[in-house]
Design a binder for this molecule. Structure first.
Ligand SMILES: C[S@@+](CC[C@H](N)C(=O)[O-])C[C@H]1O[C@@H](n2cnc3c(N)ncnc32)[C@H](O)[C@@H]1O
Length: 271
């Protein structure tokens, strides 16, 4: 992620974008659902302890947490997303075994006590944080000895086809820059109390046309571009040229968009 916009301003814009998307997010969240469900299988389903969902979004996954913890805290930068998550009714049979809390917070500075979390889950939030090392430091602080962590994040190579199509039209940055996987790994490594594992997976999605991809990104609130100098996408002609450039990638399944996901899991030393 580029630092062209000062971090606090970027954080404010991210919160605003996701807040605006809190109602449209879920129907558009094909990738997010696949990735988060894959990641959740990496936590022990033992119905024990306190789970923190960092960057929880609208909380569509929360009913599944009943198998993973006794209490969960859902945290998000966006008040709108958090309200959506909190308004979700958990089935009565879940509320007898599961207690919940909702906290508006920046993952880079969590209002949670040290060693208060047994399982930390965070799916597709980290790429929105200007300082990933600060997120890893907070994970280290809040995670109890013996605790488990699973994060997913988008890395360089994501939306490569879209970037390439834009690059054939102008030199502006229209698509977020995602950090190379090696930089995210380097941000985690200083947390030496956690034994980390990293795996990169490509999730390809297909779209009928480039407008459908752009609409999906907007519906997700993921159209905030750090460092964008100009709004760029104005005339109809521009979109037609973009569509023609992207169409060079077309397959029998439609227009491919690659999402490169780094799955980070870890176990914190027991003492
Ligand atoms: C792509 S959504 C993912 C939501 C959910 N985890 C899922 O998998 O569907 C990213 C979420 O991270 C939140 N977010 C972004 N930056 C954050 C930060 N610095 N601290 C906490 N939450 C953040 C956004 O508000 C948004 O709800």
């Amino acid at each position: 992620m580029t630092a062209a916009i000062a971090a606090p301003e970027f954080i404010r814009q991210v919160a605003h974008s996701f807040g605006k998307a809190c109602d449209s997010y879920l129907p558009a969240a094909r990738l997010q659902q696949q990735v988060a469900l894959d990641a959740l299988t990496l936590l022990p389903a033992d119905k024990q302890g306190h789970l923190l969902d960092l960057g929880c979004g609208p909380g569509w996954i929360h009913p599944r947490f009943a198998a993973y913890c006794r209490h969960f805290t859902a945290a998000d930068l966006s008040a709108g997303m958090l309200a959506k998550a909190a308004s979700q009714q958990l089935a009565p049979h879940l509320t007898t075994t599961l207690t919940t809390a909702y906290v508006q917070a920046d993952a880079q500075q969590l209002p949670l006590a040290a060693h208060s979390v047994d399982k930390l889950f965070s799916s597709l939030m980290l790429q929105w944080c200007p300082k990933p090392a600060a997120v890893f430091a907070e994970i280290d602080r809040v995670l109890a000895p013996g605790g488990r962590v699973v994060l997913t994040t988008l890395v360089d190579g994501t939306l490569a086809e879209l970037k390439q199509a834009f690059a054939s039209l102008d030199q502006q940055q229209h698509v977020n820059r995602f950090l190379p996987a090696a930089e995210v790994i380097a941000a985690a490594k200083p947390v030496s109390t956690v034994r980390w594992q990293f795996e990169q997976r490509c999730y390809p999605l297909f779209y009928p046309d480039v407008i459908s991809l752009a609409r999906e990104l907007k519906a997700l609130g993921a159209n905030q571009v750090a460092g964008r100098q100009s709004r760029g996408l104005t005339g109809k002609g521009y979109w037609q040229n973009l569509a023609a450039a992207y169409d060079n990638n077309r397959t029998a399944l439609g227009l491919p968009a690659s999402y490169q996901v780094l799955i980070i899991s870890g176990y914190k030393n027991a003492s």
